[in-house]
Ligand binder design. Sequence first.
Ligand code: 13P
Ligand code: SF4
Length: 334
Amino acid sequence: MSILTLAEQQLEQKGYLDIDVNPTLDLFEEIEKLKKEKNAIILAHYYQEPDIQDIADYIGDSLGLSQQAAKTDAEIIVFAGVHFMAETAKMLSPQKKVLLPDLKAGCSLADSCPPPLFRKFKEKYPDHVVVSYINCTAELKTLTDICCTSTNAVQIIESIPKDKGIIFAPDVNLGRYLIKKTGRDLVLWNGSCMVHEIFSHEKIVKLKMRHPGAEFIAHPECEPHILEMADFIGSTTGLLKYTQRSAATEFIVATEPGIIHQMEKASPQKTFIPAPPNNTCACNECPHMKRNTLEKLYVCMKYELPEITLPDWVIEQGRASIDRMLEISAKAGL
Ligand code: 13P
Ligand code: SF4
């Protein structure tokens, strides 16, 4: 059986190529070699494991990653993130090969808004502009007028004339935050992220009492009662930059703890405490983001699989919503 047929079977079952990697290999060196040989770029989200962040050519939030995917000269984009992010890169650079180390690296938020149900929902508001958080499937983007990320969401909403109704999907928590920030009356889809909905108000209050000098910083995907306690709210890049400019030396961080790797690198003298979740588990890592490993990244680059492919109609109809977002962001200097 050819390697491709085997690979196809594995990809169907596991979502990644299960090939034994020689444990004596220096994967950092091998990956660097593959990058050069194949003219490949690795784009990684802050929620990836530290080793992946360290080997990446660019680490960023969803906006930064989209901007990089749109402008790269590399022939292959290796996306160390989740499926919707790799799809966005494919829509922005359809002529390039886009790889994702594990095809099953999904997103609970994107899954919370199935396109056929959203299509029916949208029909109830025919005159509304649809703004979708980029954390949604490529197909949902075909039903969207303008995408946004947590970095540019306020500017995107404010770019829409005041007399226009707006549907905001899929994150209800970010939607509520935007209603408060912009004073606009958004029609919200009721989706959410499993990682940002799990923080314990009670445990955070206790942690704040034990660390009175610490600032509490949170991502806008968190629930309103968590955001109410925050000294600062922002996207992952926003949170990282805030920890650099703030005079505080201790921070309680309410987002996926992968970002703490960059916070510690940027401010080694400061202390970062992950906000506690309301379950018995000590961490609240994103199980989807953490499906990618250094081994899977290496195998994916070596065999150029799994590859993200999208039907032409999805790219044609979905891309305008991302282009519009990038235009508004550029005008706003983001
Ligand atoms: P940002 O990095 O754009 O803030 O998004 C956070 C997130 O949940 C990505 O999945
Ligand atoms: Fe999706 Fe939440 Fe994981 Fe981000 S952190 S990929 S929004 S499940």
